[in-house]
Write a protein that binds this ligand. Sequence first.
Ligand code: GLC
Length: 423
Amino acid sequence: MKKTLITAAIALASTAGITSQAHAADLTISCGAVGAELTLCQEGVAAWEEKTGHSVDVVSTPNSSTERLSLYQQILSANSSDIDVMQIDVVWPGLLANHLLDLREVLGDDAAAGHFDAIVTNNTIDDRLVAMPWFTDAGVLYYREDLLEKYGHTAPETWQEMTDIAREIKDAERTEGNNRMQGYVFQGRAYEGLTVNALEWVASFGGGTVVEADGEVSINNQHAAEALDLAASWIGDISPDGVLNYTEEEARGVFQGGNAVFMRNWPYAWALAQSDDSDVRGKVGVTQLPAGGENGQSAAGLGGWNLAVSRYSDNPELAADLVAFLTGEEEQKRRAIQSSYNPTIDALYQDEEVLEAVPFFGTLYETFVNAVARPSAPTGDAYGRVSNAFFSTSHDVLSGTKDGTQAVADLEAELARLKRRNW
Ligand code: GLC
């Protein structure tokens, strides 16, 4: 794993270097490539090139946030000037701040006016705005409207209800001949995506957020154990064994191919599920994630991506201008309408064209603004290790190596050790 990433880092860095020499590009930006991300990024960059006459190389990065972070850390710790603008995850500002430019210095104090305050605060480390909000994310439940109707159900409100409906419909559809039908697909691979899924289960059962805002490690509780045990019960029942290796795109592939009743994913999957070549076009509903047991509530994990300028950029002002353009209202509106990426500009949630393209940006507005954050703020630059410990433990429970009670006790001990040294 380590070797592959180092090789990837070198390959990425040197590709960028070689291309920029060959085309004498003024800037290099690294973008994600999940779903329509890369295309959208290339289109936005082309519009800026057209407007300014400058040229930009676009390089893509691995789909897994965990792998992307390792890559960035290697590039940045080498103080490399190869990448000027980086797409960074909402949980990374604290980890990467030292390598990033304070964008207010270049773009002015009002640089982030109109963007959600919570994201601006998240991206402000020691009074420095280290990244501009680009799109926000929250976990939502996709369901097959046609199948729920066929079997006389409405969208489930609790995980238990979801489990029962998923099993019933999966079994019935298999009997009718679709042997590949699954009940529920989600992100079960041991990576950042599982951290979000597991946090949603735990928080929805009232089990807290692993580490609380004040830095207390809270994971060792019965609600958390119960939530993880329920999720483990899905494997081999409503979810395929393969879900233990699914990221966002594997889950989307199964759902979009018409082979799952329910899916947990981010809003980007909507536009693709509704596209011309989708098997489930016109058959999909989107609602909030189910609540935990008694006294439970729906908990959507907060995600999202920002654009940052590397401190080692040779062209910081130009890079900041590109960031301002890409994160501006026009681009955010285009990305929302074309590919259902959530704006970070509040006013766009009242824009008629946006709401027509993605109705649930209106109906689930509260879900987006109240999404539950991963504990990146309280754990600071130890967040990567905290998340690793949490997704590994959750993966152990899903794969049956540990039960929930044992897992949360072990995790508490591990996090307490990290806390002593780090926060
Ligand atoms: C999405 C979210 C991001 C999260 C990742 C996990 O890309 O926007 O915040 O870390 O999924 O897979």
